[in-house]
Design a protein around this ligand. Structure first.
Ligand code: PRX
Length: 658
């Protein structure tokens, strides 16, 4: 790991030619939700008081007895409190002056649209909650959701939360195998899916993939199928198991009491990639999560009552859970969701949406910004973007060049940019500017959110000095932190809390500059970040060796101009198998089929041997050096040093496969 940090720090130094600092304008500061730097000192002095004040903005069925119980690494927040997430996100607004305010503004890829007010959303959620009850779903039962970006997705989530059934959402781009694995780990009772989803005018066959997944999922009793694409999906329904959404809700009552949930009851499970082949079920609970996501949403995006907030993530990832659904709706904010891709029907689609709905706050990913840069500034220039007030980014480090482009071409020089660092595990944003307070530096996520404490440590657990690279850890609990790994508490302790006892190990490299600003440097473990998606090298390796022609595979993330990282695979074939370009394509397709298109390797490189240590460990570091054309690191520990020089020569001669 240590050498990975050194390489990252080197890369970063090269990027730091950008020296400009961007203070918030006086005009922005004056109207900001957090205009006073005392917010940091206040939260630093008493974490409990700070979060209790934020929690008091929610509706509680029963007030908590104690804000925090911290038995490292086990946290309980708002102990003894009772509340319901859906009551807070929907019902209380539906019962207020916000009743006829837009809650969800949905834009379909083909151009259809739907607006649900808080009143309408409350009724839809209640109908579906009653439908779930009619299928036998009770408090504590897990419900798997495999849907595209249509309103049924947040409706299904909120219905689950209303009756206390934890949901487990599986991103619609995942394969049947990935879906099956997640359903089985969570032992979900019901699956909610759709006939299909639209993507660039083509049908994503969700139900067909679900059918394949369901061949090996004994816990699933019923499948609910929403209609999105109609006949084009060619769906087959299994009688006794599969039910159409519209039939189920047709006669369901639109009244449903909210289940009073304990503060620490599970709200959802969300699977993410770790350093092994098996995805981890990250568990988030009720009160702390909702307090954390609503407070961060309000302060970091400077949310106002009339704002339209657009987070462009898919709800299948944590960003969508926290900042399309739970955070915004808890704050009574109008949240926009878009079904499709940014280049359909043309490369101006995002900007057309901003103009059409008057989006005020836009939250997207560096990989998207780099794509827009490539497409050119003419696309956004065609649209009226004057409604925008705040811009956000998330998912990977943003290179200063992309930051400046975003600032100039989308924010038109007026909008503060918040570069927000967090993870599936953290549930909420943890390192970020506050837009009315922070002087931003392009490429830095700046500083921990009030009440959050972070450090950068060396291998021995000592804080590194300003400018030096190290491992990012968090030293105080925060309310939206995950509570465990579903079904595997040992892994929770081992993976996150054991490397530096008592401190949360993030898996990221970082450095702190002389002003105390944090600069994120990327993962230090075997997790890749491909277009903002977390993918484990082991998952891709397992998919490759699953192919009949492959003997051994080593996968690394290498720098990629648009995606941040691309997936490079070094593959040795079984005796007698011919290394052909056709086989490369077949292997790429195989990985996409096993995991999902997001894990499709960019390069496949055939080699007769992989560099290994004398204890037979594959030296990924050397493969990374080869793939990125760097001078090779130390090869003295290799069993056979000539393997690397041969491989390097061969790699350079053949070039990358794409
Ligand atoms: O490496 C960090 C990167 O994304 C990882 C978390 O991925 P995931 O759990 O999928 O959640 C993504 C969205 C919250 C982190 O360990 N990451 C996320 N945001 C940033 C980032 N790296 C640098 N800067 C960021 N703003």
């Amino acid at each position: 790991m240590a050498d990975k940090v050194a390489v990252q720090a080197e890369k970063l130094a090269a990027l730091l030619d950008e020296k400009r600092v961007f203070p918030p304008s006086e005009e922005f500061r004056r109207q900001a939700n957090a205009p006073d730097p005392a917010i940091y000192t206040k939260a630093g002095r008493s974490l409990e008081d700070f979060w209790a004040e934020e929690a008091s903005r929610l509706d509680w069925f029963k007030q908590w007895d104690k804000v925090l119980e911290w038995n490292t690494p086990w946290a309980k927040w708002f102990v003894g409190g009772k509340l319901n997430v859906t009551h807070n996100c929907v019902d209380r607004h539906a019962a207020s002056a916000r009743r006829n305010k837009a809650a969800i503004v949905w834009e379909g890829e083909p151009g259809d649209a739907r607006v649900l007010t808080f009143g309408m959303l409350a009724r839809e959620v209640n109908r579906f909650a009653n439908a779930l009850k009619s299928l036998g779903v009770k408090k504590g039962d897990r419900v798997a959701i495999y849907l595209g970006m249509t309103p049924e997705l947040p409706i299904a989530m909120l219905a689950c939360a209303k009756i206390g059934a934890p949901h487990s959402i599986v991103f619609g781009g995942f394969s049947a195998d990935s879906l099956r694995e997640r359903i089985n780990d969570a032992k979900a009772k019901v699956l909610i899916t759709a006939d299909g989803a639209w993507r660039r005018g083509a049908v994503v066959p969700l139900k067909a993939s679900a059918d394949q997944a369901l061949e090996g999922t004994p816990s699933i009793e019923k499948v609910v199928v929403a209609e999105r694409v109609g006949k084009a999906a060619h769906v087959t329904m299994q009688s006794g198991r599969d039910l159409w959404w519209k039939d189920l809700v047709a006669n369901a009552s639109d009244k449903c009491d909210a289940e009073p949930m304990d503060a620490e009851d599970m709200l959802y499970i969300l699977y993410t990639s770790g350093t092994t082949g098996k995805p981890k079920g990250v568990v988030h609970t009720t009160a702390g999560y909702l307090v954390g996501v609503s407070a961060t949403h309000r302060y970091i995006f400077d949310i106002k009552e009339t704002d339209v907030f657009w987070c462009t993530a898919d709800i299948g990832w944590v960003t969508g859970h926290s900042y399309i659904v739970y955070g915004p709706l808890a704050n009574g904010t109008t949240t926009l969701m878009y079904e499709g891709t940014p280049d359909y029907p043309d490369r101006g689609r995002f900007w057309a949406i901003v103009a059409k709905y008057g989006v005020n706050v836009l939250y997207t990913a560096p990989t998207a910004i780099r794509t827009f840069m490539r497409w050119g500034a003419d696309w956004p220039a065609k649209h009226d973007l004057s409604s925008l007030r705040v811009l956000g980014t998330v998912g990977e480090p943003i290179n200063p060049e992309a930051w400046i482009w975003y600032h100039e071409n989308i924010g038109r020089g007026r909008c503060p940019i918040v570069d927000t660092w967090w993870q599936t595990e953290t549930g909420m944003i943890l390192i970020t500017p506050l837009p009315g307070l922070t002087r931003t530096k392009p490429g830095s996520a700046t500083r921990p959110f009030p009440g959050v404490e972070a450090e950068v440590l060396d291998d021995k657990g000592q804080p590194v000095g300003p400018g030096a690279g190290g491992y990012l850890v968090l030293t105080r609990p925060w309310p939206a932190m995950f509570r465990t790994i579903y079904g595997d508490p040992d892994r929770y302790v081992k993976q996150y809390w054991s490397r530096y006892p008592g401190k949360y190990f993030t898996g990221d490299g970082a450095k702190v500059d002389a002003d105390g600003y944090f600069w994120l440097l990327g993962r230090v473990d075997d997790v890749m970040n491909v277009a903002g998606h977390r993918i484990s090298t082991y998952e891709v390796e397992s998919a490759l060796v699953d192919h009949a022609s492959v003997a051994e595979a080593a996968v690394i993330g290498r720098s990629h101009d648009v995606k941040g990282q691309g997936i490079a695979s070094f593959v040795t074939l079984k005796e007698g198998v011919q290394a052909t370009d056709q086989l490369k394509e077949e292997l790429k397709a195989h990985v996409a089929k096993k995991i999902g298109a997001i894990a499709r390797p960019d390069d496949i490189f055939f080699t007769s041997e992989l560099p290994k240590t004398r204890s037979a460990k594959i030296m990924r570091r050397l493969l990374r050096d080869i793939a990125e054309g760097r001078i090779l690191g130390d090869t003295t520990t290799l069993a056979d040093p000539t393997v690397v020089s041969n491989l390097k020569q061969q790699y350079e001669e053949e070039g990358k496969s794409d």
